[in-house]
Design a protein around this ligand. Structure first.
Ligand code: AMP
Length: 425
């Protein structure tokens, strides 16, 4: 299959060729023709599948068919994304793919000054990439209008709901014309996503794509049982003794990310943290340095890492396990890309055993586990089996110390996330 056969025109094909893409990815193969037929789409796809080009390319194609150009151009396509990073990446991609056509893309997100965004919008925009909060801000100030939207994309819709954007999305929906084309991309399909899809999409075509090189099978997953206070030392040992070059490390909190970054730097390992408290410029700089190999370790929280375009990643470390099992899959999906063998290591302390159990239940697999010589846990921390009952023995752990969200075995992903709201991640 070639990009030519998908119905894209020459200037777009030229830009794709310059990006070095030789053939469409499976999701692009499936999505591009359907979007070009102006059908609604419900796509199951996560980062790494090439999903961005799957919707951006046909949008550029369709919107350049029309005549009206110049400063009076109206915003005709809207891509909503959960995070600034993802918004910035989609924007960059759209700019590259449209470099040989008369097409304007803009991006707006919070955390940076509003003025430059206003100025860009005044120039006239065809495609707007936005996070929900800033979009609503600018709309309420009359700086932009959503009345002319013909195509809506909800990208990483599951994550938008997880981050508490449900009400914002509903508000935005109410501002859009009823007659429009809508595309919804999500890595997971909870009841909430299905409901959102029902309310948003009109007879959608279902499209599924798993990341080509990020299948869990290709990833060497391992658990090391270790006490909480020994985790930094263990990580440092693994990095130094394994001579690891590029490592993405996940912590649960912003504070944890900062603290660990300092400890790594103190051990002479170059590191940077990215999380919600960092300025946009800081995050972009850190990611750039990480990609260039100037820093070895990127310490990230789940939300900050979501949607990051990191093409090749040999090592992912869960310094702390996520309390949401699906996040584990998202995290480790960042290794093993491009055919390379990936390694995903989780440092698990006894307080996290319930998290581990929930993760193993989700992936239906018992992860290989071991201890590290010299760092054997002193606190009770035996292996944990999937599907184990959660009642009864807790290894003498005082109940007040349990991980908050794991006290019941029937946790619901979204019910659990609704109070987290991303605030501490
Ligand atoms: P995405 O899933 O949209 O975040 O894309 C993941 C990565 O794949 C990005 O670095 C894209 O530039 C790259 N990519 C997208 N489509 C293709 C393609 N057809 N061939 C090679 N790389 C691609």
């Amino acid at each position: 299959m070639t990009f030519e056969s998908l119905g894209l025109s020459k200037p777009i094909l030229k830009a794709i060729a310059e990006k070095g893409y030789t053939e469409p990815s499976p999701i692009q193969e499936k999505a591009i023709p359907v979007v070009l037929e102006e059908k609604d789409v419900l796509a199951s796809a996560q980062t790494g599948t090439g999903k961005t080009a799957g919707f951006v390319l046909p949008i550029i194609e369709m919107l350049t068919w029309a005549e009206s150009r110049g400063r009076n151009r109206k915003i005709r396509a809207l891509v909503l994304t959960p995070t600034r990073e993802l918004a910035a990446q989609i924007y960059e991609n759209a700019r590259e793919y449209s470099k040989y056509v008369d097409f304007r893309t803009a991006v707006i997100f919070g955390g940076v000054k509003q003025r430059p965004q206003e100025a860009t919008l005044r120039q006239g925009v065809d495609l707007l990439v936005a996070t929900p909060g800033r979009l609503l801000d600018l709309e309420s100030q009359g700086i932009l209008s959503l009345r002319n939207i013909e195509i809506l994309v909800l990208d990483e819709a599951d994550r938008m709901l997880d981050m508490g954007f449900k009400r914002d999305i509903d508000k935005i929906m109410a501002m859009l014309p009823k007659k429009r084309q809508s595309l919804l991309f999500s890595a997971t399909f909870s009841k909430e996503i299905k409901r959102l899809a029902q309310n948003t999409l009109n007879k959608p075509i279902l499209i599924e794509a798993t990341p080509e090189n990020t299948t869990v099978e290709k990833i060497n997953q391992k658990v090391y049982y270790v006490d909480k206070n020994a985790k930094p030392k263990v990580l440092i040992k693994l990095i130094q003794e394994g001579d690891w070059k590029q490592i993405l490390v996940f912590t649960r909190t912003k504070h944890g990310a900062n603290k660990l970054t300092k400890l790594l730097i103190a051990a002479d390992i170059s590191a940077s943290a990215i999380h919600g408290n960092k300025t946009q410029n800081n995050r972009i700089k850190a990611l750039k340095e990480f990609k260039a190999g100037d820093i070895k370790v990127l310490v990230a929280t789940d939300i900050a890492a979501r949607g990051l375009d990191i093409p090749l990643l040999p090592h992912v470390v869960n310094f702390e396990l996520p309390n949401i099992p699906e996040d584990y899959v998202h995290r480790i999906g960042r290794t093993g890309r491009a055919g390379a063998k990936g390694e995903a290591i989780s440092l698990v302390e006894h307080e996290e055993k319930d998290y581990l159990r929930n993760i193993q239940n989700l992936i239906e697999e018992t992860l290989d586990s071991a201890t590290i010589e010299g760092f054997e846990p002193q606190v009770n921390s035996g292996p944990t089996k999937p599907k184990a009952k959660q009642q009864g023995q807790r290894g003498g752990r005082p109940s007040g110390n349990r991980p908050k969200s794991s006290s019941s075995g029937n946790r619901n992903k979204y019910g659990n996330r609704s109070n987290s709201g991303g605030g501490n991640r």
